[in-house]
Design a protein around this ligand. Sequence first.
Ligand code: NAD
Ligand code: UDX
Length: 457
Amino acid sequence: MIKICCIGAGYVGGPTMTMIARKCPDIRVDVADINAERIAAWKSDKLPVFEPGLDEIVREVRGKNLFFTTDVDSAISDADIIFISVNTPTKTYGYGAGSASDLSYVESCARRIADSADGNKFRVIVEKSTMPVRTAEVIRKIFTSRGRNFQILSNPEFLAEGTAMKDLENPDRILIGGDDSCEEGRRAIDALVSIYSRWIPKEKIITTNLWSSELSKLTANAFLAQRISSINSISALCEATGADVDEVALAIGSDSRIGSKFLKSSIGFGGSCFKKDLLNLIYLCDHFGLPQVAQYWRGVVEMNDFQKSRFCANVVESMFRNIKGKRLAIFGFAFKEDTNDTRESPAIDICKLLLSERAKLAFYDPKVSPGQICSDLGIDEKDSRVEFCKSACESAKGADAIIVLTHWKEFRELDYSEIIKQMNKPAWIFDGRNCLDHRLLIELGFLVRGIGKGNLS
Ligand code: NAD
Ligand code: UDX
């Protein structure tokens, strides 16, 4: 029986291994993490990650061929394929602080693998985490310095949160970077291809050299983020000129060379990946003596920050340049719909700015807990400026404005004719996701501001 071990039971490790276990019932999959609380949650009825469809599959395979453990060394010891799926956050200290990747978690995994895995067996180590280009070289040096000759592959993950299970079941492509110049390298690539090809057509499995694979992941995220910043830059011009950003997006996206996806103007991109990976790309460009290239990508991050502050300025400006003491209903805090993840959520910066203007915030998010919101905002749950509500309607009661920060489906389905009755007048809606029916809201009496829509009412 082939044994797979994954180090890191996070948003990537958990769902990815769940899908592998489901598709390969003859393979034993152990997911190991040093975070005991997280592992306990994976073993419980309340998983640490909310993803549509995940619960059902975990229930189906957990305890059969999918196991969660804190015993990292035992999980590593007899595994044939070891995935490294630990976090690679932006470094917050020393050289490269605020830009480079903090590889300490990856390095500690590499050392642990070198120490715990039997060196006599053929083993494949897979970089599943997003790594700076040439990280495989670092891992290899750690192995060879300890007399280990394990094969290293890069197999970045392209799933998006909220659609992870669909993405894992039917990905656009699987990317595997490896060294095909030697027999052992080819054997490693074949071993990983043989896992994925159980459910993914061979033509979707791309094999490249290690460095192309590592760099492709950073580049894919940079391109996706760039599209959002590009359309958001145009949204500012739309507001100044009376054009409608959704109409512009439709018009340009109909050009098959441009394509329609990732052109939804918003309060800016969030999530644990885009900003971190852009910053890492910028760091690498500077490091390799390419400051002009670094500057080009820096613009994508700057435009994203501009979009958030522009949105807040619009709220304050619209509400007669004064939101002090006003109740603002915050609809959504997660960085996107269908996830409980708030990492780098644009809601964090926006709410901090609104609090600095002394507004009172009444939060409702279907999946994010009050504790998480307070921790992200650096405030106490008992802070009198904030309130946590059980429903969107409750948060809108007595509010001067509704601020939509996450694209949750339920916000589109509310009865706004009832909601407006409970609000202070004038009643505002700032739709930071352009997801509501603005025409209807105006008819109901709301003063509506969207993104890239000019003054609607
Ligand atoms: P995460 O923070 O949710 O999970 C990482 C886990 O690794 C944590 O539970 C942590 O306790 C564990 N860990 C850290 N060091 C460890 C060690 N030495 N031994 C055992 N466990 C250890 O992170 P994530 O969102 O799953 O991301 C993981 C990687 O995948 C990152 O490199 C990220 O850039 C990349 N990625 C993330 C996404 C996404 O949507 N979240 C998508 C594609 C790629
Ligand atoms: C992203 C990549 O899409 C995925 O391939 C990679 O593996 C991890 O990073 P994720 O961050 O989970 O996935 O979600 P994504 O759907 O990309 O959204 C990122 C952010 O951009 C969200 O805040 C979302 O609301 C925003 N977004 C997305 C827009 O503002 N407009 C869009 O058109 C698309």
